[in-house]
Design a protein around this ligand. Structure first.
Ligand code: NAP
Ligand code: MG
Length: 502
């Protein structure tokens, strides 16, 4: 497949669309990871009370490989009765086992899960890539190790909560209902399960419909780690299954990562109840390049910020603000670099940009590309050939974008960058903050004082300086405004799972 992809065919020029079409100086022989290092069952049931249980409806739905459109497996469709079973199992485990267990014993289980995850790292990376379409080098080098790191980190906190919150007594909340999106399935599951278990809560977790497999693999790991039955329950299903978790009367906390739209539905649903919530929602991150920045480094950072994981990243740097004096140079270098990105088989270790996660998501991205053209922005797209099957999008840049354009305001969630220019610090702060979102941002400059000035004034949960998309379990992550509330990661990530007493 990679060979076919490397061949470039000339493409026609359109009015405001320029397809980049020049040879890159390197081409790599295909280096595919082997599917045989992973086991995917034909069918997965629900993991409730430490056992695999059939869904009460007996219904299953397919999960496919978005790079080939082939069916990988079928997974159970949980309804409200199954959710109820899972919540009861979680409540029972909470009351009878987990909240009574000494914290250092709880920690041992979390360490064990983390260690097994490391042992199975290669298999988990393969399954993540097959099910979701992201390049193997990302699942291998980022998703799986970062997920294990989160478990290790929070395992360390379990018996040290008195140091995290000095002079306060802490109590767990009870049963946590957790709902994850499709862009970082295993990592999001680890982000949610690790702090919940460390603080003494039990869990009912639902992964996204298109990428359930690594979370089901995590259930197998949890079983292997001998976690007491019911402490973690994994149930699969669509949005209605998620809604049944949200609306269940015996769930004490909702941890949701996903779109702002669904986040609003959840907030409405739990209004007036005692449920605590953290909502990690959408983003439209501003990435700002000043004229004194190391331009080559910044260009590489911008490529990473928007094309990493096909732009399926809530904190993707999807709005680029470049200081006018260097705009020409930055755009030229970005176009050149974009043309050299390898798009195609996600299992190939050379691939930079894999498959779009689903046909629905591809339709959304294509709709926004059409909107960008209509809004009059100048579009460049890589001229790379795309595989004939599967869901694909060439990396795309829009320049001459206006602040009011929809492609500068709305989340596209694909490999599409909108470029705007600015002259002064005040102007770019104003523009960067002019967004309904506030999840992340980036600043590229040689000047430390400028970094501090910008980070202080930017309304975003995370601001990266001279880097982008860097994650660490010790750092809190979360947004402002329509990007949600609450923090995951770090000491801050413990708090949403605890009651602080006196
Ligand atoms: P989504 O459509 O909101 O779905 C997220 C999860 O919620 C999925 O498991 C989904 O199930 C479930 N769900 C759907 N409707 C629901 C309802 N009414 N009640 C409860 N649960 C419901 O988001 P997505 O398309 O999977 O993910 C992309 C979005 O996530 C983007 O907006 C991105 O910015 C955001 N995101 C944010 C962060 C962050 O940390 N802030 C991180 C990653 C992603 P189904 O899949 O079965 O529909
Ligand atoms: Mg899939």
């Amino acid at each position: 497949m990679a060979k076919a992809i490397a061949k470039k065919k000339p493409l026609a020029k359109k009015s405001n669309t320029i397809k980049l079409n020049f040879d890159t100086s390197w081409e790599y022989a295909p280096a595919p990871e082997s599917k045989s290092a992973a086991t995917i069952n034909k069918q997965y049931d629900l993991f409730i009370n430490g056992e695999w249980q059939q869904p009460s409806s007996k219904k299953y739905f397919d999960t496919i490989n978005p790079a080939t459109e082939e069916k990988l497996s079928e997974v159970a469709d949980a309804n409200a009765a199954d959710v109820d079973k899972a919540v009861k199992a979680a409540r029972n485990a909470y009351d009878k086992v987990w909240k009574k267990m000494p914290a250092k014993e709880r920690a041992k289980y979390i360490f064990r899960i983390a260690r097994i995850m490391q042992e199975k790292a290669r298999e988990l990376a393969i399954v993540e890539t097959l099910d979701g379409g992201k390049p193997i080098k990302e699942s291998r080098d980022f998703d799986v190790p970062t997920a294990a790191n989160h478990l290790f980190y929070y395992a360390g906190w379990a018996d040290k909560l008195e140091y995290a919150f000095p002079n306060r007594r802490t109590e767990p909340l009870g049963v946590a209902g957790q709902i994850t999106p499709w862009n970082f399935p295993l990592l999001m599951a680890a982000w949610k399960i690790a702090p919940a278990l460390a603080t003494g809560n039990t869990v009912v977790l639902k992964p996204a419909e298109t990428t359930p497999l690594t979370t089901l693999k995590l259930a197998e790991i949890i079983q292997e780690a001998d976690l007491p039955p019911g402490v973690v329950n994994i149930i699969t299903g669509a949005g209605e299954t998620g809604a049944a978790i949200v609306n269940h009367a015996d769930v004490n906390k909702i941890a949701f990562t996903g779109s702002t739209n669904v986040g609003k539905i959840i907030q409405r649903a739990i209004a007036g109840t005692n449920k605590k919530a953290t909502l990690e929602l959408g983003g439209k991150a501003a990435n700002i390049i000043f004229e004194d920045a190391p331009i080559d480094q910044a260009v590489e950072g911008v490529v990473n910020a928007i094309f990493f994981n096909q732009g399926h990243v809530c904190c993707a740097g999807s709005r680029l603000y470049v200081q006018e004096s260097v705009a020409k140079e930055v755009i030229r270098k970005l176009r050149d670099r974009m043309q050299s990105l390898i798009v195609g088989d996600p299992m190939d270790k050379n691939t930079d940009i894999g498959a779009i996660n689903s046909r629905e998501q591809l339709n959304i991205i294509q709709k926004y590309i059409a909107i960008g053209k209509k809004e009059g922005a100048e579009m460049y797209e890589s001229s790379c050939a795309l595989p004939s099957k599967g869901f694909w999008c060439r990396p795309t840049i829009f320049s001459n974008v206006a602040q009011s354009n929809r492609i500068a305001q709305e989340e596209i969630f694909g490999p599409v960058l909108s470029i705007l220019t600015f002259r002064t610090d005040d102007e770019v702060i104003e523009k960067a903050n002019n967004s309904p979102y506030g999840l992340s941002a980036g600043v590229w400059t040689d000047k430390g004082s400028k970094i501090f000035n910008m980070t202080k004034r930017m309304r975003a949960g995370v601001v990266w300086a001279n880097t982008f998309n860097k994650f660490d379990p010790t750092s809190p992550f979360g947004g402002y405004k329509e990007s949600g509330f609450g923090r995951e990661g770090g000491l801050h990530g413990l708090l949403p799972y605890l009651k602080l007493i006196n």
